[in-house]
Ligand binder design. Structure first.
Ligand code: SAM
Length: 329
């Protein structure tokens, strides 16, 4: 098992398939993009599947989430998903995506066994989308969401980040729209993970603010707290349920004590936390001929060093040198 020194066990693996993205969301990366990893540094599809297999078969991983960058940009995605869903014990397999290209890929991904998707959508307005993501692709995201739903990749979850003065007036309309469509909306507090280091605590729309905005129009009651477990979202029944909304207060309501996540970057580094400053290199060991057992041992040693918390509130907090797109969000 992937147990850390505080007794937490990592069972939820987030795997970044690429650091590249076709959007430039301002809270993530600059309009001109970033220096992408050279392809020789990226794990190949076979290497990804080998590490995921070790995670599932030897180390107790029960959930695999493919992310990025933008995972739909990875050409072998359907193959990687298909090979993951044939592992024993069968892990839950999901995708975090901006939805561009999902209209075409939702069917093949569902056929490959993908269980569900989280699609990022911060606004209902195409002009605001363009301002926020620097690309005119709003309609593609909406079409991607519909295709995911039609393909049965449910529950379709929508991730939204609110930014002050840009889309914070959309909290209520976004929830109303998601309720109408049958999607489960989750708001995520903006975290200090942008490549430009433009995050500021004062500008961040907090979980408290989001709940206040929503409560003006909806009756929110906390969902069973026991059910939350290690889930990052605090969930609320909307107008008595069964529809729900989630709020992920990563900064102001950290949930590190219950964290069960571990990450694998697109270049084969184990990361214990989005905010970790250390990584453990599995790729070099793997390419140097390490056996599955040796890789599993390295992975266990890496997780043992997981820190108690992300420490954003600590005066000594340092933003990680890798932005979200390179870590895998
Ligand atoms: N490209 C995919 C997508 O858009 O979902 C997957 C990667 S993206 C990094 C994963 C999630 O992280 C998205 O929902 C995005 O909105 C969120 N995200 C990116 N930067 C963030 C930040 N600084 N704070 C909070 N969430 C962020």
């Amino acid at each position: 098992m992937l147990r850390d020194s505080f007794g937490r066990v990592a069972t939820d693996l987030r795997v970044s398939l690429t650091d590249k993205c076709n959007l430039r969301c301002t809270y993530c990366m600059p309009p001109e993009g970033l220096d992408w990893l050279p392809s020789a540094k990226l794990l190949t599809a076979d290497e990804i599947v080998r590490l995921v297999t070790i995670g599932v078969e030897r180390l107790g991983i029960t959930e695999v989430r493919y992310t990025g960058g933008e995972p739909l940009l990875r050409r072998e995605l359907v193959d990687i998903v298909g090979r993951t869903t044939t592992l024993t014990p069968r892990p839950q397999v999901s995708l975090t995506t901006n939805g561009i290209g999902l209209a075409r890929l939702a069917g093949p991904l569902a056929a490959a066994g993908l269980d569900r998707v989280n699609v990022s959508l911060d606004t209902l307005d195409a002009a605001t989308f363009k301002r926020l993501a620097h690309r005119d692709r709003h309609a593609d995201v909406i079409a991607g969401l519909a295709a995911a739903d039609a393909a049965g990749l449910r529950p379709v979850k929508v991730n939204a980040v609110l930014m002050r003065g840009i889309n914070d007036h959309e909290a209520v309309p976004l929830l109303r729209w998601c309720l109408d469509q049958g999607y489960e909306l989750r708001f995520i507090e903006q975290m200090p993970l942008d490549a430009q280091h433009g995050w500021s605590r004062e500008d961040m729309v907090t979980a408290d603010e989001i709940l206040k905005l929503l409560s003006a129009s909806f009756d929110l009651t906390p969902d069973d707290l026991e059910e939350r477990g290690s889930a990052p979202a605090e969930r609320f029944l909307v107008d008595g349920g069964p529809a729900r909304v989630g709020v992920i207060g990563s900064v102001t309501r950290p949930f590190c004590g219950a964290c069960d996540r571990v990450r694998l970057t697109a270049d084969g580094q184990v990361r214990n936390c989005l905010f970790a400053t250390e990584e453990s290199d599995l790729k070099t060991a793997m390419r140097g001929g390490a056996s599955d057992e040796e890789l599993a041992e390295r992975w266990m040693a890496a997780v043992l060093r997981k820190r108690a918390g992300h420490g954003i509130d600590d005066p000594s907090f340092l933003q990680p040198s890798r932005p979200m797109s390179a870590i895998g969000g």
